[in-house]
Design a protein around this ligand. Structure first.
Ligand code: HEM
Ligand SMILES: [Ca+2]
Length: 707
């Protein structure tokens, strides 16, 4: 067999083998035509009325994802590359397996030639003291690393059925288990609350997710893609389906959807992007935001958006005033009904650096705190340095806000969730003052299995309700999450509402990190005015397959666990009843999806994750720290903070962020990601010993230092 592969590859290389250079050129040409035809067909389908209706879960899903126009070309080129790769594969002898084909492509290095694919023309100024908005030039050798629009990186070979892009199948060649069935059988709704974590912990997790990654679904030039009959009673017949459709079908006996007669949940494949050299090969998905933890959800990932968000005076971001409130609110979007699910135009719909901002009121609340923090800092800096220009004030305030977010993430959020011991073990914790770990060889790109599987497990800690709490703390009001998707109006019912939401999120417990998930996300996601919505867990499983994420068993091996040969080999990591459930649903232990297997593992001590997810999440946060030239505590760089400044930044905390940016929240527990207790009492905001204050006088410069 090996002999045959070698012979085959060497013949192919000499051009007189099964594939000649003429064949390759033909595949590239036809690939382009096929991709263009698919695009025309997609547009025609939408124009002929197969589109997403208003007030449906499908359209709300598209509200929180749009392909920026400047990334459309990359998406189109990648479709041409994928079609060409498929055509080339079809020209191969039938005995050529996907992995042999992969080796062939690697050896040959066949690339699409398109002006778009010229070696990157990014020019970097080596003296810039500040990060770029789009993530370019952070790494001086690889200015494209971590940029908006970069491909997600992989730490395992993809498991596409054809090795290129088709959805994965079981070892036997049968279909993998239905994602909705897996969701109902393994991720049932049982209201178990975390004993320790607050809902602020959940909200911050979603915020840093949105800073680091955003995979968007494919769209046509005419609008979003519909894969189900409009009433959800069935999938569309194949001749009416866009080729990016991967709808989730609902089993007949479904415990929830049965009563609503829903058989199909709309679902569309993610946008793909070429590798940097436009080489032929398997699909890579696109990250449409900067991978760095760099506040991109606040400031935007491209210059145009960033500029739209600024006042252009005093270094401030745009904000709106509200009667009865001291502090500002996020600016409003122009066309509210295009991205929010409002009952009337007086309800708010906000604009920020990330389009997902309005997905829930608590997400918009955290964005508002950070907007206020930026403007608070810009105002202080301007008082300290009256000669600083708008640009200087903006960049310095942005740099401080990003440093605070990185500090809160690495010193507060990660240890709370994953255990301080593990962070030390995986070398994630930064040092006491400066760290010197920047490694220009480390690609800070987001790992596909982190975004499409491991980090999504935190969907299990979302709780049913949004809680609000008045100043007196004598009552708590509960609002169902599903009544407020894409509608942040809870923040503005009256002048106290914003602070009531902050008090509520600090006083309410997150869900437990277990494979039980609230029906608010597994039955009612984006329900709008309907009685039913989508299933986020089924989507997580389907998304993992869409991205060709390697199996759970592959990741066990990558992370250092023995490969399981039988279901029983999982016994060290999982309880017997979970093993039994898996055995009941999957044909073979190799078939288990990463999302499912990882979610069912026992938690590591002190962590909300099991061994395999912990390993992937740790690898990601390690890369995010050591691969970022501008990481906040990097020392000895032209842009490094001075010792006095860094000491101040390291006083930042979630509790302080709340104290400084609310009108009427005057008491906060020191560890805001954990519930109040005897060991974590509330302190007054002016108790600077217990809730330290970041003193900005360390930023006062001699008056000549204007820029
Ligand atoms: C109310 C709370 C939340 C809602 C409604 C929500 C909803 C969603 C939706 C609709 C998607 C896109 C699904 C897809 O198309 O594949 C998504 C993706 C994701 N979510 Fe959440 N989520 C929430 C909270 C969280 C939290 C707390 C975390 C983690 C700490 C998280 C992590 C992720 C990740 C990593 C992705 C993939 C992002 C991407 O690739 O663009 N989410 N979420
Ligand atoms: Ca970012």
């Amino acid at each position: 067999m090996i002999w045959y592969i070698l012979l085959f590859l060497s013949r192919a290389k000499e051009d007189d083998g099964p594939i000649s250079s003429k064949d390759v050129a033909e595949c590239l040409k036809c690939g382009r035509e096929l991709a263009r035809a698919a695009r025309r067909r997609g547009n025609e389908l939408v124009k002929s009325g197969i589109n997403l209706d208003a007030y449906t879960p499908g359209i709300l899903h598209f509200f929180s994802g749009d392909l920026p126009p400047d990334l459309k070309k990359a998406s189109d080129v990648s479709k041409e590359i994928l079609s060409a790769t498929k055509l080339l594969q079809m020209k191969m002898h039938s005995s050529v397996t996907p992995s042999m084909f992969h080796s062939y492509l690697e050896q040959q290095g066949v690339c699409l030639r398109d002006p778009f694919c010229q070696p990157s023309l990014i020019t970097c100024s080596s003296t810039s003291k500040y990060r770029s908005i789009d993530g370019t030039c952070n790494n001086e050798e690889h200015p494209e690393w971590g940029r908006k629009g970069a491909p997600f990186t992989r730490i395992a070979m993809p498991r596409y059925a054809d090795g290129i892009y088709t959805m994965p199948v079981a070892r036997s060649g049968h279909s993998l288990p239905n994602p909705r069935l897996l969701s109902t059988r393994l991720f049932a709704d049982r209201a178990i609350g975390s004993r320790v974590l607050t809902n602020m912990n959940v909200q911050f997790g979603q915020f840093i997710t949105h800073d680091m990654l955003f995979q968007v679904m494919d769209v046509t030039d005419e609008g979003g893609i519909q894969c189900c009959l409009a009433d959800g009673r069935d999938v569309l017949p194949p001749e009416w389906q866009n080729d990016k459709c991967i709808p989730i079908t609902v089993p007949d006996n479904d415990p929830f959807y049965r009563q609503h007669d829903i058989k199909c949940l709309n679902f569309v494949r993610s946008v793909t992007t070429p590798r940097d050299d436009c080489s032929l090969g398997h699909a890579e998905q696109m990250n449409t935001v900067t991978s760095y933890l760099d506040g991109s959800a606040i400031y935007g990932s491209d210059k145009k958006i960033s500029s739209k968000l600024r006042t252009k005076s005093g270094g401030r971001l745009r904000q709106e005033e509200r009667t009865g409130c001291i502090r500002g609110f996020l600016p409003s979007v122009k066309d509210k009904f295009a991205v929010c699910d409002l009952r009337n135009a007086s309800e708010p719909c906000y604009l920020a650096g990330d389009i997902r901002i309005n997905q829930s009121p608590t997400l918009a609340m955290l964005h508002t705190l950070l907007l206020r923090e930026h403007n608070r800092i810009a105002n202080k800096l301007s008082k300290l340095n009256p000669l600083w220009t708008d640009e200087k004030l903006f960049q310095e305030a942005r740099k401080i806000v990003i440093a605070e977010i990185q500090h809160i993430t690495y010193q507060e959020w990660l240890p709370t969730n994953f255990g301080a011991d593990y962070l030390r073990y995986y070398r994630i914790s930064p040092s006491t003052l400066y760290s010197r770990d920047y490694n220009p060889e480390a690609n800070p790109g987001v790992i596909n299995s982190f975004g499409a599987a491991a980090f999504r497990f935190l969907h299990s800690i979302i709780s049913d309700n949004i809680v609000t709490c008045p100043k007196t703390y004598d009552k708590a009001y509960l609002y169902r999450l599903s009544d407020y998707y894409s509608n942040p109006c809870l923040l503005e019912s009256d002048p106290d509402s914003f602070d009531d939401v902050v008090r509520g999120i600090l006083a309410s417990n997150a869900g437990e990190s277990d494979p039980f998930c609230t029906g608010e996300i597994t039955n009612l996601l984006f329900k709008s005015r309907n009685q039913w919505g989508m299933d986020l867990i089924a989507m997580d499983i389907q998304r993992g397959r869409d991205h060709g994420i390697a199996s759970y068993n592959d990741f066990r091996e990558i992370c250092g666990l023995p490969r399981a040969r039988t279901f029983q080999d999982l016994a060290n990591e999982m309880s017997q009843d979970r093993i039994n459930a898996l055995q009941h649903l999957y044909e073979c232990v190799d078939d288990i999806d990463l999302f499912v297997g990882g979610a069912l593992e026992r938690d590591m001590q002190g962590s909300i994750l099991g061994y395999t997810f912990q390993c992937i999440v740790a690898e990601q946060f390690y890369r995010t720290r050591i691969g970022d030239r501008f990481f906040y505590d990097n020392g000895e760089m032209p842009h490094s903070f001075t010792t006095d400044q860094l000491k101040e930044i390291k006083k930042a905390s979630m509790a302080r962020l709340i104290c400084d940016n609310t009108d009427g929240v005057h008491f906060v527990q020191k560890k805001a990601f954990e519930v109040e207790s005897a060991y974590n009492p509330k302190y007054k905001c002016d108790d600077y010993n217990n809730i330290p204050y970041v003193d900005l006088t360390a930023w006062k410069k001699p008056s000549l230092d204007i820029f």
